[in-house]
Design a protein around this ligand. Structure first.
Ligand code: NCD
Ligand code: ZN
Length: 399
């Protein structure tokens, strides 16, 4: 039973959705604490042709995500209050899921502190091109920022000259390690620093040694440099796909409860079909996958590679804890009524033509996956249910 977007009582069998007259028969599926993606590129602003707050969060809802935290490398970047306000307005008007924002490194330290005061702002994202400025930034200001997401690749140790199938040589693991060393010299060991999209176990090991948390993405577990060679641009991503053995090693570790990986993120990074069809050296990097990620992972559950408990820990409990959201990542009374309702037996066939995202391309094309999202419930409203969407604004739910 749900009231004002919170669970007030848990019953077997069916669930009434808040003030709506909608009931959902839970005998069709299993309700998991809502999945949270801590690394999504919803784009918007001048990049709305790639994705926007509506298409990106609808794709997220279809993929079972009840909340996403958006990345600030938009055009213009979300590194000042004016752009932040525009982004927040666009989310408020269009989002189908709960949302949050990472800001980019502001020019002025004072503005960084001010931006942190906005609700929905969870912290700062650091890109390789920001390292130099970060090194000169006021350490006191950085200490006041509760969470910092790090893209760990040292720009001085990467190049773009490699052919498809070999990007791992031009952007080597060593560049990730060098980046961690640089970051550690600035930030020291502290809570709230997360090394995002870790591609391999060695990087995860060093990150943990330095006192940081880690996340990885499905493509580093399921795709490798052979796929990059075969697929070209749709498998081009930063940091790049690693070799087969690196991938297998990471997957083997991820499924263990003693893993060096704390969370999963999608790094859903949409680009248009046209952009992804350019020559390999010209096409932008980024994989758009948010609507298939849950099926990709549920398929691993069905193959007994991954346990459902571990999946929940990676997509719900871990992210909720990192974001400091006590009422999330749980389904007991008092928790936010956010659910990812899955049907473990239903098959999903990946078809880019059916994507909700504006980025109609995927490296997972034609894959048959056992396990699907049946419904996504956000604050008591089934924003996605069996291929139909409900706008949460129709039920006056404030996200
Ligand atoms: C990201 C994007 O498209 O915004 N691409 C990617 O390959 N992950 C940018 C980035 O993180 O470098
Ligand atoms: Zn990203």
């Amino acid at each position: 039973m749900i009231e004002n977007g919170h669970v007030i009582d848990v019953r077997e069998g069916f669930e009434k959705f808040g003030e709506t007259d909608l009931f959902f028969d839970l005998s069709r599926g299993v309700a998991l604490p809502g999945f949270i993606d801590i690394h999504t590129h919803v784009r918007g602003l001048e990049l709305s042709y790639k994705e926007d707050e509506r298409s990106g969060t609808m794709a997220a809802a279809k993929g079972g995500f009840t909340m996403i935290i958006d990345m600030p490398n938009t055009r213009p970047r979300v590194d000042n209050i004016d752009v932040l306000k525009n982004k927040l307005k666009a989310f408020e008007r269009n989002s189908f899921t709960e949302y949050g924002i990472w800001i980019a490194l502001p020019k002025e330290e004072r503005e960084a502190i001010e931006m942190m005061r906005f609700s929905k702002v969870y912290g700062l994202k650091i890109y390789p091109e920001d390292y130099e400025r970060l090194e000169k930034y006021d350490r006191e200001v950085l200490r006041k920022i509760p969470r910092i997401m790090i893209h760990a690749e040292d720009p001085e140790n990467i190049s773009e000259s490699c052919e498809k199938g070999y990007r791992w040589r031009c952007r080597p693991i060593d560049a990730e390690i060098k980046a961690l060393e640089r970051i550690h010299r600035v930030l020291g060991s502290r809570d709230g620093v997360n090394i995002t999209h870790v591609t391999n176990l060695y990087t995860a090991y060093v990150a943990k040694k330095l006192g940081y948390s880690t996340d990885t993405c499905p493509h580093y577990l399921l795709l490798d440099s052979d796929d990059e060679r075969r697929l070209g641009c749709v498998a081009k991503v930063n940091p790049p796909l690693r070799t087969k053995y690196m991938r297998e090693h990471l997957l083997e570790n991820l499924v263990s409860s003693e893993s060096l990986i704390d969370m999963m993120s999608t790094d859903h990074a949409p680009h248009t079909f046209e952009e992804k069809n350019r020559d390999f050296s010209e096409c932008p990097s980024g994989i758009s996958s948010i609507e298939f990620v849950s099926s990709l992972m549920l398929d691993l559950v069905n193959k007994n590679v991954l346990s459902l408990e571990r999946l929940i820990s990676l997509f719900s409990i871990g992210p909720a804890k990192f974001l400091g959201l006590d009422l999330y990542g749980c389904v007991k009374p008092g928790c936010r009524a956010n659910y990812t309702i899955i049907d473990l037996d239903k098959e999903t066939v990946v078809r880019s033509s059916q994507m909700i995202s504006k980025s109609k391309n995927t490296p997972y094309e034609n894959m048959r996956l056992k396990g699907s999202v049946y419904a996504t419930v956000v604050r008591g409203v089934p924003v996605y249910l069996n291929d139909l969407f409900t706008d949460p604004r129709d039920y006056e739910v404030a996200l």
